[in-house]
Design a protein around this ligand. Structure first.
Ligand code: 8YV
Length: 326
């Protein structure tokens, strides 16, 4: 008997084919996000669940999961959509797919870092609109990237990958993290560690959010903290919407408290508030940080390796939560 592995969303064809070879895989036929009721229903039948960021799995839902559910092999790096304490208590191991979407997410963060100060999206709209009357010395002026200070909140793999790119663009690297990174990485990036986030925010030209969303980081960029940023500063968020107070951000952008923002993530995806959509000094992307064909294959491979290792009785390489042994 092959183990029942249920996928909540459509994955790459090659990943799904391999899943069907190895497991009794139940695929998503319509790629529609599951409702809470549907998720509970599949958790009652599955040995292994493969959810994504669009599946919010809370304690109440885990409580109703079937006794066979032993592994949640999430397709993605962030695990904030799963109540990890409840999973552990229920005896469910949780894995993720770190590492394979680092470079792709860093590319999108860098694209936003370039796009907002240089008004790239506005330029595209103007070029197509027929309203462009030709080059002018004062037309579409933005701000220079070279020589600016980049403050990275969360200096993990993605934060470091952004720092490497930003150095190539002549930016100086600053970061806030729970603790300083290894001195060799600090030396390589010529990075300055700020233990006090507030102090860092006061001095940066561009701030990039790259920490995971946890109890400790939710609402980290509150109205008060956003107000510390200089008027000329820009904010880029490719991590999680929950880390930034979205309503406060829209307000501060509107009133010129900061100069602009580039966002790939939102508090209540797929809803993006009109207060943000109405602003010209904001570039909005639909959570595409890791959306490359190569990345999706690699994420799928990682999910398969985690499931196979777990089923073979080994510690899965990307274990986030070890089930509590009762
Ligand atoms: C993923 C992400 O594509 O991995 C993450 O944490 O935010 C995304 O870029 C998504 O999580 C897929 O579940």
């Amino acid at each position: 008997m092959k183990p029942k592995v249920i996928l909540t969303r459509k994955l790459s064809d090659s990943v799904e084919t391999r899943m069907r070879e190895l497991f009794d895989a139940e695929l998503s036929s319509d790629d529609q996000p599951l409702s809470a009721e549907q998720l509970v229903e599949v958790m009652q039948r599955a040995d292994v669940l493969v959810p994504t960021v669009t599946d919010k799995i809370d304690a109440e839902m885990l409580e109703q999961a079937g006794a066979n559910l032993k592994l949640i092999a999430s397709f993605g790096t962030g695990v904030d959509h799963i109540d990890l304490h409840a999973a552990k208590a229920k005896g469910v191991t949780v894995t993720n797919t770190p590492g394979v979407l680092t470079e792709d997410t860093a590319d999108v963060a860098m694209a936003l870092i370039l796009s907002v100060p240089r008004r790239i999206m506005e330029g595209d709209v103007r070029a197509r609109s027929g309203e462009w009357t030709g080059w002018s010395p004062t037309g579409m002026l933005g701000h220079r990237i070279n020589g600016k200070r980049l403050g990275i909140i969360g200096m993990g793999q993605i934060g470091q990958a952004i720092a490497r790119r930003a150095r190539g663009f002549g930016m100086s690297i600053h970061y806030h993290n729970r603790k300083a990174v290894h001195p060799s990485i600090e030396a390589e990036l010529e990075a300055t560690f700020w233990e006090d986030l507030d102090e860092m925010l006061r001095r940066m030209d561009i701030v990039s959010v790259n920490c995971p969303s946890t109890g400790a980081t939710e609402g980290l960029l509150s109205a008060e903290r956003l107000a510390l940023m200089p008027n000329h500063a820009y904010l880029v968020n490719t991590a999680r919407g929950e880390i930034v107070d979205e309503a406060a951000l829209a307000e501060i952008l509107k009133t010129g408290g900061i100069a602009g923002a580039g966002l790939d993530v939102y508090q209540n995806e797929p809803d993006i508030p009109y207060t943000l959509k109405d602003l010209k000094n904001v570039v909005l992307l639909p959570h595409i940080g890791s959306a490359t064909i190569e990345g999706r294959h690699a994420m799928g491979d990682k999910v398969i390796i985690n499931i196979q290792a777990f089923l073979d009785g080994h510690t899965p390489p990307d274990r986030v939560v070890a089930a509590m042994v009762s």
